[in-house]
Design a protein around this ligand. Structure first.
Ligand SMILES: C/C(=C\CNc1ncnc2c1ncn2[C@@H]1O[C@H](COP(=O)(O)O)[C@@H](O)[C@H]1O)CO
Length: 247
């Protein structure tokens, strides 16, 4: 059976295309289905990484803050989010959020009002609302996994306000990366003791007891109600890390 060679790929029989790559490139009347194939998707993924890395390259020391998209501006947690944004800026950090509404908006607002750098890494969603108006550097991602890379790659710590599945996902991504030493052991601070205590108790009483995590893993989570303390924890850990970094 004759073989058709497309770069490293060999195609035979019914898999041999009836048109050539050049023909499809140059023919603007042809079918556009190939645009939606996985190999083409890889190009979009690559382009999204390039855009993201480019936008974030000069942000400087930053902290990623996660939290509910549903927090209303009149909720006490919104005010706390603003305070978190402002405290981070006071401590010399840029602030990175998901760029959406709720707690993300509160944190971006706090950073903006404090005169700092406010970054929003948005995500294309079916019910998209766009980036909040307090974002100075905004990138809208098509792919969750690329956006998650940016949250981690450019942060020296993580602050997590109360939230739902999106927040849990981001928290556990950070925790897993730190636990497995895939990233530097940056601090992870949960704000809202009433909200998070149950989770930490469950980790200690069930997960540690069952042996699915170790007791030391639970200690990766710091709990507080005080934004100042949250930022202090991150700053102190980073100062210590820098002091002990080999020359
Ligand atoms: C639900 C609504 C809007 C959603 N818009 C979002 N924009 C940007 N980032 C988002 C959005 N929703 C979730 N995220 C990410 O997950 C975390 C919040 O998720 P949760 O389930 O609300 O806890 C947050 O940190 C974002 O990174 C309209 O109300």
């Amino acid at each position: 059976m004759n073989a058709y060679q497309r770069g490293p790929v060999t195609l035979r029989g019914q898999h041999v295309p009836t048109t050539t790559t050049d023909q499809r490139l140059l023919d603007n009347r042809g079918p556009a289905d190939w645009l939606h194939t996985d190999p083409w998707r890889v190009m979009r993924i690559q382009a999204e990484f390039v855009e993201g890395f480019g936008a974030m390259a000069e942000v400087g020391p930053a902290v990623s803050v996660f939290g509910s998209a549903r927090t209303k501006p009149d909720h006490p947690m919104y005010a706390l989010g603003e305070q978190v944004g402002a405290e981070l800026v006071e401590a010399g950090y840029a602030v990175i959020t998901g760029g959406g509404p709720g707690s993300m908006e509160a944190v971006n607002k706090g950073a903006d009002r404090a005169g700092g750098t406010s970054v929003g890494l948005g995500i294309e969603l079916p019910f998209e609302q766009g980036l909040n108006s307090y974002v100075h550097i905004g990138v809208n991602f098509r792919y969750f996994f690329i956006r998650k890379t940016m949250f981690v790659k450019y942060a020296e710590g993580f602050i997590v306000l109360p939230g739902g599945f999106g927040t849990f996902d981001e928290l556990f991504e950070a925790l897993t990366l730190v636990q497995t030493h895939k990233v530097t052991s940056f601090p992870i601070v949960l704000i809202g003791t009433t909200y998070w205590q149950g989770l930490r108790d469950w980790l200690r009483d069930v997960a540690v007891e069952e042996g699915t995590i170790s007791a030391a893993d639970v200690d990766l989570l710091h709990l507080t109600d005080d934004p100042q303390e949250a930022v202090r924890l991150i700053r102190t850990a980073n100062e210590e890390r820098r002091a002990h970094r080999p020359e």
